[in-house]
Design a protein around this ligand. Structure first.
Ligand code: ADP
Length: 438
């Protein structure tokens, strides 16, 4: 259409809206496009000459309605541009330019996805419809605009109500969340209080346990100590009875006194072992820390234990230590090694018993290995319990008390080390003592 007089701007506005509706734009977009067109039309008409308005559908990609307003007066872009700057907000693109044919403003707006497809037939229909359309008077247009304004206001009000409702809902939800949070905090606090109380009780209980254990150790130490004197007396007296210088005994009497003598010997061993263990448990052992020369200790062990290793079928090997020395309590350490070596000798019928020492990761490891009876896997921890002896295991000499290994482990603990065993029944055992170098 051509814009000649100001009134035509109203017509253009009306036409713009009709076109926008016909191609499928939503109501608000129809109003936007119509408003943009009337504004551009007004400014372009002011350039002096008649202006032409053209509606073009671009169907490549997203269908887009383009409206071009052209005025043959050249060089108007600089004047028009600033006046219609706000119009850009109503459409997707807005271009102002000086072309060969004059000043051109071109604006475009995309159709919504819901718009019906524009076939050539549909385009023909739209054109015919628009041709039949008789534009109303400016008054009609004003009344139309009023209607649109009212609709827009209604929509704004509805949106505001929606917003208020959403706010209220949000507040409600917030209150709910806060209540839940408070409840959870309370529950957590309650649980914490419970846990704290539980820990306090646990502390009490372990304190009681520790006291009970100490009392037991003290009791054992005292009893063993008290038992030692009478048992030693029984041993001495039975020796005296058996002495050739004493009055002769009948053969039955001699057998019985010998029985008393050997039984009280066993009893003394038990009492001594118990006393040692009780002392270690009661924390009455104060290690004397000093530099220890391992070659010397190994030499002594060789000397004291060789008389026990009497079987020709068993090689008794004390290796040269592969580490010079360490800082520990020599007496306690030697006691542990002697204990392990005695066990090895006791449970090895043939093969060898071997002691070795080497440095491992800044510690010293002693291994006492034998080719004896071995210990079944499920008994390997139990042998460290007091009085435990592997059922059916037959020591080659002496009866044993089942207190040697718990005592050894205790002593190694006092020396800040560890004692462990690896063993295969029928093949042998290796006991490993690990002590810190210093
Ligand atoms: P004891 O030797 O006085 O019985 P220990 O505490 O020293 O007590 O040992 C407990 C048990 O562990 C022994 O009775 C024996 O069954 C088993 N044991 C210990 N050392 C060895 C070993 N080198 N080979 C086989 N069994 C062993």
């Amino acid at each position: 259409m051509r814009l000649r007089v100001e009134q035509d701007v109203f017509v253009a506005r009306h036409l713009g809206r009709e076109v926008a509706r016909a191609v499928g734009m939503e109501q608000q977009d129809q109003t936007r496009l119509a408003t943009a067109l009337s504004e551009v039309g007004r400014v372009m008409l002011a350039l002096g000459e008649d202006a032409d308005v053209a509606f073009v559908m671009e169907l490549n990609g997203v269908p887009t309605l383009r409206v071009a307003v052209e005025n043959p007066s050249p060089g108007g872009a600089a004047e028009v541009g600033p006046q219609i700057a706000q119009v850009g907000r109503l459409v997707d693109t807005l271009e102002v330019g000086d072309g060969e044919t004059g000043t051109v403003v071109s604006m475009a707006r995309r159709l919504p996805a819901s718009a019906p497809r524009l076939t050539p037939e549909r385009m023909d229909e739209i054109r015919t419809g628009l041709a039949e359309h008789v534009p109303g008077t400016p008054l009609d247009e004003l009344s139309d605009q009023n209607q649109q304004l009212i609709a827009a206001l209604d929509e704004v009000r509805a949106q505001r109500d929606d917003l208020a409702r959403l706010n209220a809902e949000l507040e409600e939800t917030n209150r709910g969340v806060m209540a839940l949070y408070n409840q959870l905090s309370e529950e957590l606090e309650e649980t914490n209080r419970g846990v704290v109380a539980l820990y306090a009780e646990l502390d009490d209980k372990s304190e009681q346990l520790r006291e009970a254990s100490e009392a037991k150790s003290r009791f054992l130490a005292n009893v063993s100590h008290e038992l030692r004197a009478p048992v030693t007396a029984v041993i001495g007296l039975s020796r005296l009875l058996l002495d050739p210088a004493s009055d002769p005994l009948g053969s039955e009497q001699r057998r019985q006194v010998e029985l008393i003598s050997s039984s009280s010997g066993d009893l003394l061993n038990l009492v001594n072992d118990l006393l040692d263990l009780a002392k270690a448990e009661a924390g009455r052992i104060e290690p004397q820390w000093a530099e220890v020369d391992l070659r010397a200790v190994f030499g002594q062990l060789r000397g004291t234990l060789r008389p026990l290793a009497t079987r020709p079928e068993v090689d008794f090997v004390i290796e040269e230590p592969r580490v010079a020395g360490l800082r520990t309590d020599e007496v306690l350490m030697a006691r542990v090694l002697r204990n392990l070596l005695t066990n090895a000798i006791k449970f090895t019928a043939e093969g060898e018993v071997r002691l070795a020492a080497r440095a491992v990761d800044g510690d010293v490891e002693f291994t006492v290995s034998d080719t004896g009876t071995g210990i079944p896997a499920d008994q390997q921890e139990r042998i460290f319990e007091e009085f435990y002896q592997v059922p059916g295991s037959q020591a080659l000499m002496g009866k044993g008390t089942g207190l040697g290994l718990p005592y050894a482990r205790r002593l190694v603990g006092i020396l800040n080390g560890g004692l462990r065993v690896e063993s295969v029944p029928g093949e042998g055992s290796t006991f490993t003592v690990r002590l810190p170098v210093s």
